[in-house]
Design a protein around this ligand. Structure first.
Ligand code: ZN
Length: 54
């Protein structure tokens, strides 16, 4: 199962989910922290950029 990293635009938290390609294309990615579906996919190389903690 592919593993995807996302960044929630609402609560600014990165999270990882396993999704099938079909689920990913359907845009059914919800943030596990706040439930927002306003998440953007992260590439591995971008992950270090968002290591800020509040
Ligand atoms: Zn969130």
């Amino acid at each position: 199962m592919p593993f995807y990293e996302f960044h929630c635009k609402k609560c600014s938290k990165p999270f990882s989910v396993t999704l099938t390609l079909k689920e990913r294309e359907a845009g059914r990615i919800a943030c596990p922290t706040c439930g927002s579906k306003d998440a953007e996919p992260l590439l591995g190389s971008f992950f270090a950029k968002t290591s800020k903690k509040s």
